[in-house]
Design a protein around this ligand. Structure first.
Ligand code: 13P
Length: 293
């Protein structure tokens, strides 16, 4: 069975100077695309659902079953963790119940003492079932699932205290933003990242907002201790661009396309799947996790 918790392969990435991808999924087609990419590249991965994506797809139970069944039916051999992205406390508990193998409890919007306390509780519950845990200090700019972060740099003392809760990997704000980066973005604060990793030597750091960060900055962050990079927006753009392009062609060539039965949604969505697979494969190459399964 290729489905595993993530702490071992994330730590292996940290120890050996590469990063694994935490790729968000939003539907059946993306899940297939991400799994195909991981298998083609022989890369360990986390497939993650935000709370909103899980709701859209029909709930955590369905997401877990979908990923699990696809891993089996597609003959996936690389390690795959089923991960909750930016979970609230109750959602984290639900994912523990349902059988996700990894989760992020995001208490970054709470006062640090509260964040630490709740993270500790989640770590206890999750580790009792062998589930890996990510937590966050500082905030990541932009908006995701209604959680709006101003993008505060993670205080070093908070990072140290959070690692002491027993978590397996730590998301830390270093100037990163969810969604597209504005033209006047300052770039990642690599000096601050170095201060953080010096304070928690050897501990895996998670970089959120991976879409649109220039490759050289991602690779510099990996050198300093980033071992998991989250990617969502790039897949969204790849999927919607490919399916929009297909729809434009369809409209222009309707009679011919109808003759080929290209109104079948399976055919309509195929270019989107291929585009997401390509985008994920490119990222795996940048992260250096190809052939690390
Ligand atoms: P992007 O959408 O910017 O790639 O960020 C994804 C992410 O960090 C999910 O937690």
């Amino acid at each position: 069975m290729a489905i595993v918790s993530a702490e071992k392969f994330v730590q292996a990435a940290r120890d050996n100077g590469y990063a694994v991808g935490g790729f968000n999924t939003n539907n059946l087609e993306w899940t297939q695309a991400i799994l195909r990419a991981a298998e083609a590249k022989q890369a360990p991965i986390l497939i993650q659902t935000s709370m909103g994506a899980a709701k859209y797809m029909g709930g955590y139970k369905l997401c877990k079953a979908l990923i699990e069944n696809l891993v089996e039916s597609m003959g996936i051999t690389v390690p795959v963790a089923i991960h909750l992205d930016h979970g609230h406390y109750e959602d984290a508990k639900e994912c523990i119940e349902v059988g996700y193998t990894s989760l992020m409890f995001d208490g970054s919007h709470l006062p640090i003492e509260e964040n630490l306390k709740l993270t500790k509780e989640i770590v206890e519950l999750a580790h009792a079932k062998g589930i890996s845990v990510e937590a966050e200090v500082g905030t990541i700019g932009g908006e995701e699932d209604g959680i709006v972060g101003k993008g505060e740099l993670a205080p070093v003392e908070d990072a140290k205290a959070m690692v002491e809760t027993g978590i397996d990997f730590l998301a830390a704000g270093i100037g990163n933003i969810h969604g597209p980066y504005p033209a006047n973005w300052d770039g990642l604060d690599l000096d601050h990242l170095k201060k953080l990793t010096d304070a928690v030597p050897g501990f895996p750091i998670v970089l959120h907002g991976g879409s649109g960060i220039p490759d050289d900055q991602i690779q510099a962050a990996i050198k300093l201790g980033v071992a998991k990079v989250n990617v969502n927006t790039e897949s969204q753009i790849a999927f919607s661009n490919a399916t929009r392009e297909f729809a434009r062609n369809y409209d222009a060539n309707e009679a011919e396309y109808d003759g080929k039965k290209l109104f079948d949604p399976r055919k309509f969505l195929a270019p989107g799947i291929k585009a997401v697979q390509g985008a994920v494969e490119e990222r795996i190459d940048v992260f250096g996790s190809a052939n690390k399964a």
